[in-house]
Design a protein around this ligand. Structure first.
Ligand code: NAP
Ligand code: GCO
Length: 267
């Protein structure tokens, strides 16, 4: 077989959670280009309407489902609806996520729990809902969207780092538990990517100068730029395709080199 055929997703059914915009939308676009049928979800009708228009503008016939990934009953309903509408899910991307940037001693328990619920508990809920059909089919791909914070900490993101660190270990455990059924569960750890989630960190200052965090990230990244959602497209196709069938339990960091870099020496 030609190696390029092993990257094809022709006829596969892919669910990208939180695929209305940002990184999720870019991954879904990549999957559609590789031949997959696309399902995505988000929580509100306004984002859904905009997303459906955005997919249509790209020539992609995506199916959108209003579903909160923290609600197991809603998730089960969505997975059943996708099976009826498109066929059972071959590729799941646990992408939906939030961040709260609050110093730990000022963060309420409710705020901490909400981040853990969306960023860690939901990937458990959605994976649990799709694995039985993957076992029955004899194959499946689960991709968990991790983070630099699966490896590193920083001020104000205790809940997010705890969740993304946990998601890295959930990834390894799904691999351990279901690898024998030809299910591969890997993670993608994006670096700092320009999306609505990171927009507050890039907002120009009142005097027009760059946000200090924006400058900080450029200096911490050997590629010397923010990532774009398009940077995640190739790795996402690789991990969803047969080309990665013997890759399991890994986190592929797509970070322009951040994790490899000790940082610039002071002048
Ligand atoms: P984003 O632009 O904020 O998009 C997040 C998506 O998740 C939206 O579609 C949102 O839709 C959905 N979502 C949030 N909570 C949900 C819930 N409970 N149920 C269903 N959908 C929900 O984020 P992004 O930057 O593209 O990030 C995508 C993923 O990559 C996240 O897991 C994030 O933590 C991770 N990540 C991002 C970066 C980065 O630099 N941007 C880096 C590393 C990792 P609604 O709000 O309409 O429901
Ligand atoms: C932050 C950022 C993140 C990134 C990303 C890094 O405040 O530090 O929002 O944590 O979104 O997850 O990989």
């Amino acid at each position: 077989m030609n190696i390029l055929n092993r990257f094809s997703l022709e006829g596969k059914v892919a669910l990208v959670t939180g695929g209305a915009y940002g990184i999720g939308f870019a991954m879904a676009e990549a999957y559609a280009q590789a031949g997959a049928k696309i399902a995505f979800n988000c929580r509100g009708q306004e984002h859904m309407d905009q997303a459906l228009a955005d997919y249509k503008a790209k020539g992609i016939d995506a199916r959108g489902y209003i579903c909160d990934v923290t609600d197991e009953a809603q998730v089960k309903g969505m997975v059943a609806a996708i099976k009826k509408d498109l066929g059972s899910i071959d590729i799941l991307v646990n992408n939906a996520g939030i961040i709260k940037r609050i110093p730990m001693t000022e963060m309420s328990v409710e705020e901490f729990r909400q981040v853990i619920d969306i960023d860690l508990n939901a990937p458990f809920i959605v994976s649990k809902a799709v694995i039985p059909d993957m076992i029955e089919k004899g194959h499946g791909k689960i991709i968990n969207i991790c983070s630099m914070m699966s490896e590193l900490g920083r001020e104000t993101v205790s809940a997010y780092a705890a969740a993304k660190g946990g998601l890295k270990m959930l990834t390894k455990n799904i691999c351990s538990e279901y690898g024998e059924y030809n299910i591969q569960c890997n993670g993608i750890g994006p670096g700092y990517i320009a999306t609505p989630q990171t927009a507050p960190l890039r907002e120009p200052q009142e005097d027009g100068s760059r946000h200090p965090f924006d400058q900080f990230i450029i200096s911490k990244t050997p590629a010397a730029r923010w990532g774009d959602p398009a940077d995640i497209m190739g790795p996402a196709v690789f991990l969803a395709s047969e080309a990665s069938d013997f890759v399991n339990g890994q986190i592929l960091y797509v970070d322009g080199g951040i994790l490899a870099y000790i940082g610039k020496q002071p002048k």
